[in-house]
Design a protein around this ligand. Sequence first.
Ligand code: NAD
Ligand code: UDP
Length: 316
Amino acid sequence: MKVLITGAAGFLGSHLCDYFLGCGHSVIGLDNFVTGNLDNLAMASKNSNFSFRELDLINGLPSSLPAVDAVLHFACPASPKDYFKYPEETLKVDSIGTFHVLEKSSRDNAKFIMASTSEVYGDPEIHPQPETYWGNVNPVGVRSVYDEAKRFSEAATMAFYRNRKLDVRIARIFNTYGPRMQVNDGRVVPNFISQSLNGEKITVYGDGLQTRSFCFVDDLVRGIYKYTTIEDPKYRIVNLGNPDEYQILQFAKIIVSLLGDGSEIKFEPLPLDDPKQRKPDISLAKEMLEWEPNISLSEGLLRTIDYFRKQIKNTL
Ligand code: NAD
Ligand code: UDP
């Protein structure tokens, strides 16, 4: 298969490049580095089946791009800190940008895999969240640039499915972590680990009783690969994530105990519209893809800590 991956230099995009290349496919990566990093592509770049183009998806795709068999649309700032910093870019890449890649998929008759998110459920009133839940999103809140852009991308994807018979698959990805997250991207895993490694206090927002469910990147990438390669999927929208749920304060204590450094915790204000609970119902993924995460939180965190330790050492 020849695969086009947008957001290839990002955290998830770069792991996907490596995984697809490792399975013998050809990969074309696209990125404008707004939140990505060329270093993430060090492994992919050694593979002769990999090519890369630096471009901003909002401006469209060059006609010189070869035809592909699948398009994985992962370009979009994903950390709240990043999409607060780039609100317009976030809205555009998951609307105008999504249209450009949908048109490319349609021209090539290629499968289209959309990186959607648990954020489409907003601050959920149903727990855990099944794919049938329509969500509880503040359409004008600070997170709306991301949440509504993703909801728009889902609507656009389904329009191409219904009107053009495009073979689409929407993956609603829940909090995923692992090596290659940017140390300073502001998400909870890089924040807590880097604070702990730097001997700083760990910043828990609010009372820390809000919950998240954390999936290690290798599990997620394996799920995306299965969803991409399955023929004639029964479900066009699937949650992918790890259903093990933790309160954020509990999560901070787990990281402190894994690092064994006795870091202190300090409480800071809860950001606006921060969802109070989040946990995926992964019944559909289990049934259709025979997929579920199998890397434990402590194993995933130890591998991530190892990565951040090296990153921090290299910047000293
Ligand atoms: P990331 O910020 O590391 O990667 C996003 C990549 O997209 C970056 O390399 C960035 O430079 C690139 N990009 C952004 N706008 C672009 C544009 N206009 N043109 C070209 N490239 C552009 O984030 P990530 O965590 O790897 O997330 C990747 C995708 O997965 C995103 O679409 C995100 O919404 C989705 N997702 C991620 C998570 C998660 O927990 N990591 C959860 C849900 C959904
Ligand atoms: N969080 C925190 N301290 C931090 C960073 C995040 O307590 O230094 C909390 C945040 O308020 C949220 C959860 O951790 O409740 C997950 O935040 P993240 O930004 O990683 O992702 P989100 O799921 O909110 O998009």
